[in-house]
Design a protein around this ligand. Structure first.
Ligand code: ZN
Length: 358
């Protein structure tokens, strides 16, 4: 069969169909909640993307905003005959119109029975946060350090910020009262294991225990050493959740399953970036993304016969998760918890408490 276009420069090929049939068709449950996916109207870009900016960081080069109908279409291609719903958020980037993006997202989510996380500006008043949470289909917020203030020269101007600089206490108070959902992408080059991150996450849990707190990407622990620093110290808090999106490393999935247990892990795709084709390799605390597309960042290509075996990063992440689950002797119940049960339970919690039905 001919390749089917997915998004940006990506497509879906016979090798992906074969991968699905061999590894995933019999393993993934009929229902999937993608608890971390980005949906953005491309028309809401305020500042044009430049070549210079694209080349700063691989994510800028591979990511293009995906509209809701395209996100839905791509989900149907990569998860054939599965019922997929999303907890979606916009692009946390001040080059986009944040207000219009939030409004677009929640309207599109409402139309599809999905749930929306509003991008949170730390400048918002408590009343403003409250008003956002009252809107149908909004179950919580997505704060991010790049939403503190714009910086045209680097995406990392606020990387070393405190969590409370972009998720301030007055917002946390409202989020706690409303029992809202927060997907938290932790700051700092040292990732979740940085002592200040561990301290601040514990402080949020202690002071705002009613928030559904989901740490994104296992705390940005994409390598095993990072995961070993971050996950064991937080193992003893059964009310702290994590999403596993963008993690391709089998050892990280395994450690997370051992430390946190399958009841505290939510599946996410981090779409649309992970329609990228290739594989990731790790060395110590670093990794390299291998891909067959001639991006600027893609300087160290693998041999054509290896590139010919590449499938989607999204599928590689699932292969890693599947291997870890099998290694630990876990089965259907754990798989269902991760792919939909945990998210459904937490969505119901965030929804009911705010008195909404959407
Ligand atoms: Zn993300």
């Amino acid at each position: 069969m001919n390749p089917i276009p997915l998004h940006h420069v990506w497509d879906y090929r016979d090798i992906d169909r074969a991968f699905w049939a061999e590894h995933l068709e019999g393993w993934m449950p009929p229902r999937i909640v993608d608890a971390h996916t980005h949906v953005t109207n491309p028309a809401h870009r305020l500042v044009p993307m430049t070549e210079e900016k694209r080349r700063q960081y691989w994510v800028a080069e591979v990511s293009e905003p995906i509209a809701a109908e395209d996100a839905e279409r791509c989900h149907a291609i990569v998860f054939p005959s599965r019922q997929v719903t999303c907890v979606a958020m916009g692009s946390p980037d001040l080059d986009f119109d944040i207000e219009a993006g939030n409004e677009y997202l929640r309207t599109e989510c409402l139309a599809r029975g999905w749930h929306a996380l509003a991008l949170l500006r730390p400048q918002w008043t408590a009343e403003r946060v409250e008003a956002e949470l009252a809107k149908p289909s909004v179950i919580g917020v997505k704060p991010y350090y790049a939403l503190i203030s714009p910086d045209r020269t680097t995406r990392d101007a606020h990387l070393e910020a405190s969590i409370f600089d972009f998720l301030p206490h007055h917002a946390l108070e409202v989020l706690d009262q409303r029992r809202a959902w927060v997907t938290l992408h932790v700051p700092r080059a040292d990732r979740l294991g940085h002592p200040k991150n561990l301290r601040e996450v514990r402080e949020i849990r202690r002071r705002y225990p009613h928030i559904v707190l989901v740490i994104a990407h296992f705390g940005r622990c994409y390598t095993e050493p990072h995961a070993r620093e971050a996950l064991p110290p937080l193992a003893d808090d059964p009310g702290l959740y994590f999403d596993n999106c963008a993690v391709l490393n089998p050892a990280v999935h395994r450690l997370a399953l051992e430390c946190l247990g399958p009841q505290r892990i939510l599946y996410g795709t981090d779409g649309p970036v992970f329609y990228m084709r290739g594989r990731r390799q790790w060395q110590g605390r670093t990794y390299i993304n291998r891909t067959s597309y001639p991006f600027f960042f893609n300087r160290e290509r693998e041999a054509p016969e290896i590139e010919g075996t590449y499938t989607l990063y999204l599928y590689e992440a699932l292969r890693a998760l599947k291997g870890a689950i099998a290694d630990l002797g876990m089965g259907k119940a754990e798989v269902e918890a991760i792919f939909h049960g945990n998210a459904e339970r937490l969505i119901a919690r965030a929804n009911n408490s705010s008195g909404k039905t959407g």
